[in-house]
Design a protein around this ligand. Structure first.
Ligand code: GDP
Length: 324
């Protein structure tokens, strides 16, 4: 039996009421880059900003999903509602498909107070970063008290949770040496909280000390709280949730949360606009034999690179490079 498509009004009302079907549909529209999704988020945006947004990042296999699952359980025990956006740029699947090990979150699938959504690459113009931001806004508008955004990250990833989250949690485990080096070298931004997971592993304490010694080099106000956890047995998880919440309350208390959110939103807009402009540029050049010839003439050393840049910008964006 064909189901009737929801109208924009029905979607707005449904998402505001936290209705699961409306939310699921809304996020699919966002992923498809559907026009209806723009209208929807535009309507709902003024009502966002209530949810506590927690970004969870770290290399694959460290236990991010398991930890999020354990954190969700604690948040639910207090009666608060939760949204989870699980981002996996390597996966072509989406629409709520369980990505790899994310089956760990399955315990919560039947709980009406939890909405979980996996996002893979879909290939519309705005890309994954854009749909992730929109999905988070929808969950916020739907009244979720806490929204976890889980992404694979070992420094520079396609979707940086730093730009969306009130609190960034980095998850490491014994053996995450590359991430520790990235932190040390300043390639990876210092997170707000670090969980060294798999404390049952014999090398966990060594890893903890290593992370501590690196973080000690940071400015005092930038130093994250570092904790040992064991996601599977829930050990250290209440302390982890407390650290996440303390971080946010401390920011809120002296106005830094508001400042951070303003900065994040402005930076997100800039990043998304840049990414769209760049996608547009690539597509325009690929479709235009004249512009491809311009590139070729650079390759053949007939035209210098900056002259080519000017020609392309003029053609694609009508930007007069000399008028800057
Ligand atoms: P993710 O890729 O970072 O999301 O990691 P997962 O949550 O999928 O976990 C990766 C693997 O590590 C799974 O097989 C988990 O069962 C296991 N795991 C997660 N947390 C722990 C832990 O605290 N101790 C141990 N020994 N294994 C864990």
């Amino acid at each position: 039996m064909a189901r009737k498509e929801l109208t924009l009004d029905e979607l707005v009302t449904g998402v505001r009421a936290g209705d699961r079907r409306a939310l699921a549909r809304a996020i699919s529209l966002v992923e498809d880059g559907d026009q209806l999704a723009y209208g929807l988020v535009r309507e709902l945006y003024p009502g966002t900003g209530r949810a506590a947004i927690v970004g969870v990042t770290g290399p694959p296999g460290v236990g991010k999903s398991s930890l999020v699952g354990a954190l969700v359980r604690l948040v639910r025990e207090r009666g608060q509602t939760v949204g989870v956006v699980s981002v996996d740029p390597s996966s072509p699947f989406s629409r709520g498909a369980l990505l790899g090990d994310r089956i760990r979150l399955a315990d919560h699938f039947l709980d009406p107070g939890v909405f979980i959504r996996s996002m893979g690459t879909r290939g519309h113009l705005g890309g994954l970063a854009e749909s992730t931001l929109q999905a988070v806004l929808l969950l916020d508008a739907a009244g979720k008290d806490v929204v976890f955004v889980e992404t694979v990250g070992a420094g520079q990833s396609e979707v940086e949770v730093t730009g969306i989250a009130d609190t960034v949690l980095l998850v490491l485990m014994p053996g995450s040496g590359d991430s520790v080096q990235a932190l040390k070298a300043g390639i990876m931004e210092i997170p707000d909280v670090i969980a060294v997971n798999k404390l049952d592993h014999p090398a966990a304490k060594t890893m903890l000390n290593e992370v501590r010694s690196i973080v000690a080099l940071a400015e005092p106000e930038q130093r994250p709280t570092i904790l040992l956890t064991e996601a599977l047995r829930g050990e250290g998880v209440p302390e982890l949730l407390a650290a996440i919440e303390e971080h946010r309350s401390a920011l809120f208390a002296d106005g830094r949360l508001e400042a951070r959110r303003r900065r994040n939103l402005a930076a997100e807009v800039f990043a998304l606009a840049s990414s769209r402009a760049s996608a547009h540029l690539r597509a325009a050049v690929a479709d235009d034999p004249e512009l491809l010839r311009v590139l070729q003439s650079v390759e053949n050393r007939e035209l210098d690179p900056l002259s080519a840049v000017r020609r392309i910008l003029e053609e694609v964006f009508r930007i007069d490079a000399d008028a800057r």
